[in-house]
Write a protein that binds this ligand. Structure first.
Ligand code: GLU
Length: 424
């Protein structure tokens, strides 16, 4: 069984409804004007395209591609592109709205967007993926733009796809405009520190929360679900801060070791093992469903959405959850976690490190001047700490969870943009 198909019963619910449930709750608590709420309940622009691709066997397959711009009230829209089989208009819409809130929380001059292609990248050849990425870039030529809508990697994509999309976009426009997309490889205008940024943001948020909880990193254990771009860097950076990582897992296998897992050994293992954990011998293999509910102080769901649900929330043993993934907790699970006194650093704050360094990449591209990795990391950590503090303070002001406080913090900023820019 796949490690990350935990509690799929709820994965069929509308993700955008999950966004609206939190948006409405926050709006009520902060007295957001109904006009502004109404604007934000409706994405600005939704594009769906059909992408006919010649597969390696000579046959043409038609893929569905999406891009949704949720808002541009604080600046051009920003957000990743995911390649996955469950991509659909509802999911992209939800992820686009989360990007609006995430960028506002992190104090970035951006609105939010998200894109995706319904495909199984693991089952496709490099050539097929390249043709698909280029076709997608062509079809989105009027959506993307360095000051309009700026994509980036997400699930199932990486710097490789970003370079193809950049190249295709540049060909169409006849200009070299590296800032039209972020998360690029360094050689074509990427930023140092971008690869590890989402994991780094998870680490900074974890340390900030532990401090508020009066816990020392060296005294706590953590379980990290997901060992891709987010989870592997998060596990490595948390371990570097002295946190004992007792559980890890990806879509192929999950592992637990109460004495701690050697994360460097796990990273070396996946590097030589087709990027998956299956076959790792540094810990006991456990069932996928057990990972999230196993004994630990800090839980990092760093892979898929809808994994913490009403079915398992009451069994979670962690005191702190730091959401590396987008939407890992269903709205129905939130009150269960709150009642148990579990602090949950929500996705729109916890994983905003990625888009924060994307912003730095865009700034560097525009300036044509590149920073050292230390400069990137220092600026990133500071931005994350400020964002964490603002939300923590709003939990007290509004007597609410960190999730709703994060929405309130975002809405306070976006409200100004909506009001100042006005309507027709
Ligand atoms: N896909 C990432 C996210 O969900 C990064 C987005 C970006 O860098 O624009 O935050």
């Amino acid at each position: 069984m796949s490690t990350q198909t935990v509690n799929n019963a709820q994965a069929h619910e509308s993700m955008f409804d999950a966004v609206l449930a939190r948006l409405d709750a926050a709006a009520k608590l902060m007295n957001l004007s109904s006009d502004v709420l109404n604007v934000l309940r409706n994405p600005q622009r939704e594009v769906k395209v059909s992408l006919p691709i010649t597969m390696d066997n000579g046959k043409i397959e038609v893929f569905e591609g999406y891009r949704t711009v949720h808002s541009t009230h604080l600046g051009p829209s920003k957000g990743g592109i995911r390649y996955a089989m469950d991509v659909n208009s509802d999911e992209v819409r939800a992820l686009a709205a989360w990007m609006s809130f995430k960028c506002a929380v992190a104090n970035l001059p951006y609105g939010g967007a998200k894109g995706g292609i319904k495909c199984d990248p693991r089952a496709m050849s490099v050539g097929e993926l390249e043709r698909l990425s280029r076709a997608y870039a062509q079809s989105m030529k009027d959506v993307f733009g360095v000051n309009r809508d700026i994509p980036a990697p997400d699930m199932g994509t990486s710097g490789r796809e970003m370079a193809w999309i950049l190249d295709e976009f540049n060909k169409v426009t006849g200009e070299d405009s590296p800032g039209v997309i972020t998360g690029k490889p360094i050689a074509v205008g990427g930023s140092l520190g971008r690869d590890a940024a989402t994991g780094r943001g998870v680490m900074v948020n974890t340390l900030a929360a532990l401090k508020k909880m009066n816990l020392k990193p060296t005294e706590v254990t953590a379980v990290v679900q997901g060992f891709g771009n987010v989870g592997s860097h998060a596990a490595r950076l948390l371990a570097e801060k002295g946190i004992k990582i007792v559980g890890i897992g990806d879509h192929t296998a999950s592992f637990y070791n109460s004495n701690g897992i050697d994360i460097k050994a796990a990273l070396d293992f996946v590097a030589k093992n087709n990027r998956v954990l299956k076959g790792f011998t540094g810990a006991t293999e456990i069932n996928a469903n057990e990972l999230l509910i196993s004994k630990c102080d800090v839980l990092v769901p760093g892979a898929l959405q809808n994994v913490i649900t009403i079915d398992n929330a009451s069994k979670i043993q962690a005191k702190l959850i730091v959401e590396g993934a987008n939407g890992p907790t269903t709205p129905e699970a939130d009150p269960i976690l709150n009642e148990k006194g579990i602090i949950c650093v929500p996705d729109i704050l916890a994983n905003s490190g990625g888009v924060t360094v994307s912003y730095f990449e865009w700034v560097q591209n525009k300036a044509g001047y590149y920073w050292t990795e230390d400069e990137v990391n220092t600026k990133h950590d500071l931005k994350m700490e400020i964002a964490f503090e603002a939300i923590w303070n709003n939990t007290t002001t509004y007597k609410t969870s960190m999730r709703i406080a994060a929405y309130i913090t975002a809405l306070q900023k976006i409200e100004q943009g909506v009001k100042l820019k006005g309507a027709f």
